[in-house]
Design a binder for this molecule. Sequence first.
Ligand code: LLP
Length: 432
Amino acid sequence: MLHTNLDINEKGHLTLAGRDTVELAEKYGTPLYLIDEKRVREKMRTYVDAMKKYFGRGSVPLLASKALCFKKIYQIANEEGMCTDIVSPGELYTASCAGFPMEKAYFHGNNKTDEDIALAIKLKIGCFIADNREELDSISRISKEEGVVSRVILRVTPGIDPHTHAAISTGKVDSKFGTAIETGQAIELVKYILTLPNINLTGIHCHVGSLCFDSKPFIDAADIMVAFMAKIREETGVTLTDLNLGGGYGVRYIETNPHIDIADNIRQVAEHVSAVCEKEKFPYPRVLLEPGRSIVADAGVTLYSVGSVKTITGYKSYISIDGGMTDNPRYALYGSDYTVLNASDANAEPDMIATIAGRCCESGDLIQENVKIKKPERGDKIAVLVTGAYNYSMASNYNRIPRPPVVMISPDGDDYIAVRRETYEDLINLDA
Ligand code: LLP
């Protein structure tokens, strides 16, 4: 099947990590997010080991926790030797409550408030990834008030277009994130940072975009970033040590997407960083990467129950499910590809083409169109594959629909709840 943790059992049911997804859907109800913990750990190990091997000691992956965020994920990341990228005070708080060591947390975001910065300093954040001058002024001032020196990596834009969806392309000069190298503003900002008290600038960061199927954007970024580090040394005398190339490797959502060999891609980037350091006569830096999707996406499957199959004569057919854009907004937002199948009858030949529709009061609430699928009955379970990234973390309560639970399958095959299902009570809890 699409990934090695997926299969079909003797009952014709889809399995994830060897567990019958239809049985789990019956046990926990639907919609249901399932996550294969073993797969998450394997991916984390691949990054940790390959980065150590190819970039050298000190180089480490940061889990981009925006892809999948709850306490257990931070605990797993810590056990597997990862650092983490957090992007909001909510993620910061979650990591801290999970017991994640804060010195291994990197605080991102293009508009950190003074309260966010103060909270991060109070929780002893390991590093700020700073976005802009105003924020740097605040980090400096609050660090001084608290009597600490804050480590900072500056986010810059290398001016690279990774040819991915416009909404997830972030390394171009025209971006709300970071400061452009090309316009000369980044070097000016570096010089300014070096005058600020209580700030220890250790490196630079870029994130070219998401869903990249090869290393070309990272290699192009490395050229520009190392050259920029060399320019900083030349113009200020300061040799920065951290080169953070962000996240962005893709994952196979559908059969026509390629498989990516993460370790081999890391090798390619590392060799290139070596070559460009040699060319620029710059000491090999400590390299950081921020993978999110490529760690958690293929560990996840979402299960839904079918309510109806409606064929509009002369037009098309809709399969209505008991979830939708509230638990997976990615098709509505980006037209994302997904593999969808009838998990209750997964061996059967597809006999219809259907649009998978959610239950929100919104025509755009679709999960996928033109899906070839075995016609389901009411109550059959529909599986959407590769939903571990940016599904639970992007879920909402639109139409006051409670968010589904996240159930994990442990490496020894047991199922357990990592996030419980929201109740109607939860929905009104904040109402006055
Ligand atoms: N680092 C930074 C600074 C980022 O902005 C991101 C993603 C990552 C790392 C992780 O990228 P990944 O390895 O997961 O591609 N909601 C969109 C994706 C938005 C990504 C935003 N930043 C989606 O569902 O496709």
